[in-house]
Design a protein around this ligand. Structure first.
Ligand code: IMP
Length: 319
């Protein structure tokens, strides 16, 4: 059995680095022994700090020439280079915040758990990581697994925006948001389109508090625009049975548009590929969703709640 015992971290000064890692970051000073450099004969110190209970430590190594001094705080060229894992993310984050550690962003939830970036006294960037159930605030038992994180969604929406920009070059599409579910997606998507675009909104009846499709589509608020001669892009949150999209495409197509295309953040797998009679084609698709998952967040609701979650998670009806 072997393990990584120490990783060198270049520092400008031993004492200031020890003070930061021990007093602020909460590490333990494992060793601080006088030594002499075997190369130059100069005095130096063997200084090791380690998070409590950890196996791997940091060797705080004082920079001894110009090249090393230039690399202090930039050992990984500005990337996050060190990863501190904790069992209790919320507690560690709070303790480090109170100790004056600089966090570069608010904590966020990813598919693998909680993460936040922090910097040491020289600007070395660290991830603080913790399990999904150890985040700040009381855990909501209805919020299940994160299926698409903020980062994943942002990257996919940017791609869809680029695709739409290219496909509609020279035209001014009319983006139609199907309320309320596609509100968040629409807001991000329209800003990812580089070129002229207009927007409008349609409101259709949703499932109410239930989580199963009734198959009934009712227009609650119609478009303000006349779609005749327009290039319409229908923007939906999720295509489930495809009934809503089918109905809207047919309805708009009968009003003389130049074209109607469809865009959905999520397409439930069973709904795609022509399984259902008259299934609608989705021209711009964000992610495929497993048939069984009912999802919430990023505009999607369960009984009108959870639309404000910044990620898409599965919904647990009876925790
Ligand atoms: P469809 O007509 O069966 O395709 O259903 C589409 C609509 O159902 C979406 O616009 C949503 O409002 C709603 N919906 C379907 N699946 C989900 C889900 O997993 N979470 C939240 N809403 C959903």
């Amino acid at each position: 059995m072997s393990h990584i015992d120490l990783v060198s971290l270049l520092v400008e000064d031993y004492d200031e680095a020890i003070a930061f890692y021990v007093e602020k970051a909460g590490f333990e000073l494992v060793e601080d022994s006088p030594e002499t450099s075997s190369v130059t004969g100069d005095p130096k110190r063997w200084v090791v700090v380690r998070p409590p209970g950890a196996q791997t430590g940091l060797l705080l190594a004082r920079a001894s020439d110009d090249a090393q001094r230039a690399a202090v705080g930039r050992q990984t060229g500005g990337r996050v280079g060190l990863f501190l894992h904790t069992d209790d993310f919320a507690a560690a984050h709070q303790r480090m915040t109170e100790a004056g550690i600089r966090f570069t962003q608010p904590p966020r939830q990813e598919a693998y758990g909680w993460v936040v970036v922090w910097e040491d006294l020289y600007g070395n960037r660290w991830d603080l990581l913790g399990p999904a159930d150890s985040g700040p605030g009381p855990a909501d038992p209805h919020i299940g697994e994160i299926l698409f994180s903020q980062t994943q969604i942002a990257a996919r929406v940017a791609e869809l925006g680029r695709q739409i920009t290219a496909d509609y070059a020279g035209r001014t599409p009319l983006l139609v948001s199907v309320l309320k579910g596609s509100l968040v997606f629409m807001a991000d998507l329209m800003r990812a389109i580089d070129g002229p675009a207009e927007i409008d909104v349609l409101a259709v009846s949703s499932y109410g508090a239930a989580t199963k499709s009734s198959g009934v589509v009712r227009i609650i608020k119609d478009l303000d625009h006349d779609v005749a001669g327009r290039d319409v892009i229908l923007v939906e949150d999720i295509v489930d049975s495809g009934l809503t999209m089918r109905y809207l495409v047919d309805r708009l197509s009968s009003q003389g548009p130049a074209s109607v295309s469809t865009c959905a953040l999520l397409v439930r797998e069973a709904a795609h590929g022509g399984q259902s009679e008259g299934a609608v084609t989705i021209d711009y698709e964000g992610f495929r969703l497993p048939a069984s998952a009912f999802v919430i967040g990023y505009g999607l609701d369960a009984g009108q709640l959870y639309r404000n979650l910044p990620y898409v998670a599965s919904y647990i009806p009876q925790p």
